[in-house]
Design a protein around this ligand. Structure first.
Ligand code: SAM
Ligand code: DTB
Ligand code: SF4
Length: 330
């Protein structure tokens, strides 16, 4: 793949060139820095590329919930686990547009629609394209996450006006097989390439707190930061432990190690939006403040993620006020 106009991402080296050649050793060394030094480097990278008082605000909607044939061990929507999430049909256009309008009125600038599919069927894609057109006509940025895509499906989504496609690598290539067996790592890379080649912005990140080791967090950031073009948006999710999934009762992850993961994402992909994603509901305001100091500059806003809880809007407004943060305008 050639580096075209989408090449905005990457840490400038001494000559100002963009870096996609991070080694695992370099990333391991970043994780191991004394915390104040790591935060200083992350903030330097953040300030060189963004206004540190601005946070991009996205709202999520599950447009097709549950009954998914994949076996992602973290996911409440997999049909393989008994989590209490009911399988539903694709939501109607009217309902989606009403939710998008409510998100816009509440202050979101991007509306992200998620479907619990392994991959979209072509007739479903037509319906999703109509949703994208309608949401875009409201002046919101659009994002969808629908599972694997072919090249021609990505082209159709682009033609409907799609701005972003979310498709995560989730973890390191070594740990991946312990989490998902029904879709390969290479299939994920192929979908990302189709999305990129269609000219859609890429949203790609992962989850921590799934019982992975420190080296897996290194491997996950390495995989993201060495993509041919950095994802424009990098969601870092803290696992939401859901009863019924195989990951319902793990030890989770230390909050400081989570902040370090955000900081290393910021340093290695300094022009990407780093999203403090799932897991905020159980995070203290102080941990979230550290995440913003570490370079996170995007959140999901609204009381629900896809099927699980997110902080209530008034808690987030209070937090942003206390920290002097403003919602980024598109
Ligand atoms: N089915 C599509 C797919 O997997 O490509 C799209 C929806 S899927 C729910 C999107 C992402 O949400 C996953 O890749 C995963 O990173 C994240 N996710 C799902 N369940 C989660 C959980 N319990 N905790 C944190 N992140 C989660
Ligand atoms: C992403 O990385 N996190 C979001 C979004 N992309 C689609 C989803 C989080 C889902 C958390 C579990 C749930 O609510 O079902
Ligand atoms: Fe299905 Fe996506 Fe959940 Fe995996 S993460 S089980 S693909 S909805």
């Amino acid at each position: 793949m050639t580096l075209g106009t989408y090449e905005k991402a990457g840490f400038p080296d001494a000559d100002g060139a963009i870096r996609h050649d991070w080694t695992r050793a370099e990333i391991r060394d970043l994780f191991a820095l004394p915390f104040p030094e790591l935060m200083f480097q992350a903030q330097s990278a953040h300030r060189a590329n963004f206004d540190p008082a601005e946070v991009q605000v996205s709202t999520l909607l599950s447009i097709k919930t549950g009954g998914c044939p994949e076996d992602c061990a973290y996911c409440p929507q997999s049909a393989a686990y008994d989590t209490g999430v009911k399988a539903e049909k694709l939501m109607s256009l009217d309902k989606v547009l009403a939710e998008a309008q409510a998100a816009k009125d509440a202050g979101a600038s991007r509306f992200c629609m998620g479907a619990a599919w392994r991959e979209p069927k072509d007739r479903d894609l037509d319906k999703v394209c109509a949703m994208i057109e309608g949401v875009r006509a409201m002046g919101l940025e659009t994002c969808v996450t629908l599972g694997m895509l072919t090249g021609s499906q990505a082209t159709r989504l682009k033609a409907s006006g799609l701005d972003y496609y979310n498709h995560n690598l989730d973890t390191s290539p070594e740990f991946y097989g312990a989490i998902i067996t029904t879709r390969t790592w290479q299939e994920r890379l192929d979908t990302l390439e189709h999305v990129r080649d269609a000219g859609i912005h890429v949203c790609c990140g992962g989850i921590v707190g799934m019982g992975e080791g420190a080296e897996d967090r290194v491997g996950m950031i390495h995989a993201l930061a060495t993509l041919p073009v950095h994802p424009e948006s990098v969601p870092i999710n803290m696992l939401v432990q859901v009863q019924g999934t195989p990951l319902a009762s793990g030890a989770g992850i230390d909050a400081i190690e989570f902040v370090r993961t955000i900081a290393v994402a910021r340093i290695t992909m300094p022009r990407s939006m780093v999203r403090l994603s799932a897991g905020r509901e159980d995070m203290t305001d102080e941990t979230q403040a550290l995440c913003f100091l570490a370079g996170a500059n995007s959140i999901f806003y609204g009381p629900k993620l896809l099927t699980t809880a997110n902080p209530a809007a008034d808690r987030d407004r209070r937090l942003m006020d206390r920290l002097g943060l403003r919602a980024m305008q598109v």
